[in-house]
Ligand binder design. Structure first.
Ligand SMILES: Cc1cc2nc3c(=O)[nH]c(=O)nc-3n(C[C@H](O)[C@H](O)[C@H](O)COP(=O)(O)OP(=O)(O)OC[C@H]3O[C@@H](n4cnc5c(N)ncnc54)[C@H](O)[C@@H]3O)c2cc1C
Length: 416
């Protein structure tokens, strides 16, 4: 079967970003909104994040992932927004054709008035790490281990080593410990943890789990099942130092080694991508380089908190609605945002100057008594760390006063 038709607004991805975008568009008066998601249930990654720590900023409450996202799912249903599940978007074209497939309707070919990209991100797999060893069972990405444990009720292992101290890895260390699993160590290549400070304290220190900094896994042992991993210290370039190897017996290796925004569809449509973020270049309206396409959430850059994801979703939903109504200010005087000293990435990368701007940025090195400079304006922060996203807000007037390019840099003293 083949379904063809026109839809005012298509949102690709029904996670925190996509649902926030759809709800905002409804609030702005858009009647026909289709959210397409390949999963069996809406909500993206959040239904499997059963720990608390969600919504502290947006709702001023400490919610679990399911509690947070169900507020949006419930409202989307009350508002009559169409959420098509098990619907995989296969292709987007610059004419805003959306090709998708699902088991009940077959192929769907839609012509959208506007498209919002909200596909989230995916985990880096073992293949991208080139760790020598066999292919035994017992190697999982942190997100897969989380899904097995929290949604499907399986315990992936009994003695675990976690490689990578990003938030997902830290949270899984605690989840395993709470299930009586022995977490032998969390191993991190960098000299500092990859996740939020609060997660290091609440997930490792509170449970007595060792964090081994400046180290990596150099070998995976075992034929049928993981039996041990070798961990070695690394030099300043991240290369293992011979003679520092230590074998840690374990039956499971969990990988938490980075997230990659999911942008094959964006690339296929011809949307310009930023090498630093791995996501589309956007302006303050979350407008991409392709007319009628907007983007939000982790597909743009990997955000630390869902609150930011939701806010970018709302911004994209509002902008797409304004676009559909012919009310979105055209990008008249586009200024490029230039990441400078100690800035790993910044979003938005372009500013049209037609409204206030929230800049989201990440630093490369931790600093204390830091000065964040955006277009010559300074903002002070007690400390800045790579895992924590910095936000800087500029009003429309302030943005209007900036020059042709907006340099961004973060200066300060080394954090001991
Ligand atoms: C383990 C873990 C712990 C976290 N802890 C916290 C925390 O304590 N506090 C906090 O604030 N944040 C936390 N976060 C971050 C937060 O959960 C995310 O930032 C947020 O949920 C991302 O939302 P999203 O909508 O951008 O992406 P996602 O939730 O990933 O949603 C993207 C959706 O797009 C769909 N999709 C992708 N491609 C296609 C396609 N081609 N066709 C159809 N559908 C598609 C996917 O199926 C998915 O449902 C955590 C995240 C993880 C993974």
């Amino acid at each position: 079967m083949r379904v063809e038709g026109e839809v005012e607004l298509v949102v690709v991805g029904g996670g925190a970003a996509g649902l926030a975008a759809a709800l905002k568009a409804r609030e702005e008066g858009i009647e026909e909104i289709w959210v397409l998601d390949r999963n069996e249930r809406p909500g993206g990654i959040l239904p499997q994040c059963i720990h608390t720590g969600f919504g502290l900023h947006y709702f001023g409450e400490n919610l679990t992932g399911p509690e947070y996202i169900h507020r949006f799912i419930r409202r989307a249903r009350e508002e009559g927004i169409t959420i098509k599940l098990e619907t995989m978007v296969l292709r987007l074209t610059k004419e805003r054709e959306v090709v998708a497939v699902n088991p009940s309707e077959g192929l769907l070919k839609l012509k959208a008035g506007a498209v919002i990209l909200a596909m989230g991100c995916r985990e880096r797999p073992r293949g991208s790490l080139l760790i020598p060893g066999g292919r035994p069972a017992g190697i999982f990405t942190a997100g897969t281990a989380q899904r097995l444990l929290d949604l499907e009720g399986y315990l992936p292992g009994r003695e675990v080593v976690i490689l990578g101290s990003g938030d997902v890895g830290l949270i899984m260390a605690r989840r395993f410990a709470m299930e009586g699993v022995e977490v032998k160590a969390v191993v991190e290549l960098m000299p500092y943890p990859g996740g939020l400070g609060r997660n290091v304290v609440q997930c490792l220190e509170d449970f007595g789990i060792p964090l081994l900094l400046r180290r990596t896994v150099t070998h995976i042992h075992g034929r049928e099942r993981v039996e041990a991993v070798t961990v070695a210290e690394v030099d300043g370039e991240g290369n293992p130092i011979p003679g520092t190897e230590r074998k840690i017996p374990c039956d499971t290796l969990v990988l938490s080694v980075g997230l990659i925004p999911e942008n094959e569809l964006s690339e296929g449509a011809g949307i310009e991508l930023d090498e630093r973020t791995g996501g589309p270049f956007v302006d303050e309206f979350m407008r991409t380089s392709l007319e009628g396409f907007f983007a939000c959430g982790n597909v743009v850059t990997v955000f630390d908190l869902v609150d930011h994801v939701t806010l970018t979703g709302e911004r994209a939903g509002k902008s797409a609605s304004q676009y559909l109504k012919g009310e979105l200010p055209p990008p008249r005087r586009v200024r490029e945002v230039r990441p400078g000293e100690n800035v790993r990435l910044v979003v938005p990368q372009r500013v049209s100057g037609e409204g206030p701007v929230t800049f989201y940025l990440r630093v490369s090195r931790p600093l204390r008594e830091a000065r964040v400079e955006v277009g010559g304006k300074s903002f002070f922060r007690k400390a800045v760390r790579p895992p924590e996203m910095l936000t800087v807000e500029l009003g429309k007037e302030e943005v209007g006063g900036l020059g042709g390019e907006i340099p961004v840099r973060v200066l300060g003293k080394p954090l001991g």
